[in-house]
Each structure stands twice: as structure tokens, then as C-alpha cells.
Write a new protein. Sequence first.
Length: 368
Amino acid sequence: MKIIRNISRIIIGLVFIFSGIVKAIDPLGFAYKFHDYFQAFNISFLNNLSLPLAIFMCTAEFVVGFSILTGLRQRTAIWGALILMLIFTPLTFILALTNPVSDCGCFGDAIHLTNWQTFGKNIVLIILTMILFAGRKHLKQLFGRTFEWVIITGAVIVFIIFSFVNLRYLPVIDFLPYKKGVKIADQMVIPQGVSADVYRTTFIYEKNGIKKEFGLNNYPANDSTWKFVDQKSVLIKSGYKPPIHDFIITSLNGEDLTQRVLSYKGYSVLMISKKLVEAGSKRLTKGFELGKYCVAGGIDFYILTSSGTDEVRSYNNGLEFCTVDETTLKTMIRANPGYILLKDGTILGKWSWSNVPEEEWFGKKIKQ
């Protein structure tokens, strides 16, 4: 039985530590996952708690795993693991049944699991946790109570600092598809012989006050007595989805600039702000100044945002603003604003607002 308890301790400890660390590497990405759940369950009034909850959760997972694996305050940690599993196992079962969000986010963007896979994982973990809980009386304290709490507190402090460093300066490991060295266009290609998503498209037309649905083969395209009302596309079969599948850049006038940006042989800088109003005036001003410097030096500069057209036009500073889907912007970079340097459609660098290079750096780059 002791061997089984040790195996359970090692597995639980490593899984909780790994889960906590990969989410701490990208705390903003984990916060986005909370936001998605709040939206799905119509409790969006909790959106402002997304980031604090994200940091709290990954810290709790890490400290529980750390304590169980090292044996420091292990009985307390086992209680913590049991409480977490009793909360999340039934929750993930509900998520598997309803599927409000396709990826649970339990391992951040490092490993993607379906909701059913997550539920299966949690069944295994709760069994192992119960084994530890049943044998907790056999555990011995390694050091003095105060000394053990000092070590754990120190580990928590270091872990929280690590989370905030990743939040401020971008994740230390980039799990996103838009990572440095990636040629964006190559990640948008569906390989030959691989099936894509299959949709059933229907058209809704109206005639004499009666609405009727038609398929692609029989809709009344040339019959003027029918009035087009709406179009619906329903996913029938999921196919291969390339790592980057929703990258579309549109000018404020509605022109598709995607190929222009990706095929440009020179240097381009993308300033990314999912919502301009959330970025703050000082950060935006610094970005706009960089943009004017780049344009004057021959570097293309685009400001990508999902803010409304009226808000964007209010800046009127001579720079090229473009609209991009908000989810895409969140996937591109975990900062507001963030910056991506491209050359021939390949990502050469990524920075947050806090560590973007000075203007002169970009000037020297183009002369290389």
C-alpha cells in the first residue's frame, strides 16, 4: 500500500505543479479562459475577476503539488487537493455534457484537452487523491511546522512574482501559434489530402410573407419573386484546422490587407491592441510615436484592433489602423498593446508595451 501511496503522491504532485506552472507562464491566457466561461454561463459581471482568479488558481495548484511532492505540510496539501478535485471533477462533467467552451484550459495552451478528456483525467486524479487522503495518518512531518511554512511561503512568493513577470513581459515560453520564427502564411495552409470542415449551408428566402429554406442546389437565385432574408451555415463534420485559421486584416474602408502584410518583403511592425480604450493613453502615445518613426524610416506600421470604427477614427493621427477579430488579437500576443516585427511574413520579434525596443533599435534593424 505504501508503494501505491508513493506513486499517487508523485503523480498528483507532478500534475498539479505542471498545471500551475504552464498557466503561470501565460496568466493572461488563463484569464481569457475564465472570461470565456463567464460569458458561456451568463455571469459576465464577474469578468473583472478573471485575472485575479487566474493567478490565484495557478498558485493554488502549484503550492498543492509542491507540498505533496516535497512532503512539506503534506496533510494540509492533500486536503487542498481533495477540495480542488471535489469541485472540478463534477464541474468538468457538466462542461463535458454541455460543451460551452471546447478547450478546458487546464494545461493552458501547452496541452489542449477536450472536455471529456479533462473529465477522464480528473477521474484518475480524484482516485489517486483519495488514496493519499485515506493514508494521510501514516505521513510523518519532515521538519518543524514553522520551517515548513516558511519554505512554502517563499515558494508562493517566487511563483507569484514569476506569474507577474510573464504578465508584464510576455510568456517566457510562447505556446501560441504566432511565436517567433513562424512564417504566418505557412501556418494557414491545409495540407493536401486532409479534409477541411464540412458545412451545410442553407438560404432563407421570403415570398408572400412565407419564409422557406433552400439548399445550395435549389435556392431561387434568378427568381425575383423571392426575397433573400438570411443565410445559415451549420458544421456537419470537423476537419483539419490549421494552427492559424482566422488571421484577416481589414482596413477601415473594408479592404482586405492580409496578403499585402504577409507578402511584404521588407520590415513591418504590428501594434496590437484588442481594445484601444483599455490600453491607456500613455501606452498608446508611445506606440503612436514609434509608428511615426517607423513610417518615416521606411518600415510599414499597422495598428491592429477590434475597437469600433468611430473610436478608431477619433485618433486621426495619420497611421494605418486596421480591424481584426478580438479573439485573433488575443491569440497573437498577450499584451495591450503588444508589438510584432515581421519580415516577409515571418515573425522576428514579439514585445509587450513594457519592453518594446526604443525607436533607434528599429532604425538600426532596417539598415542591417
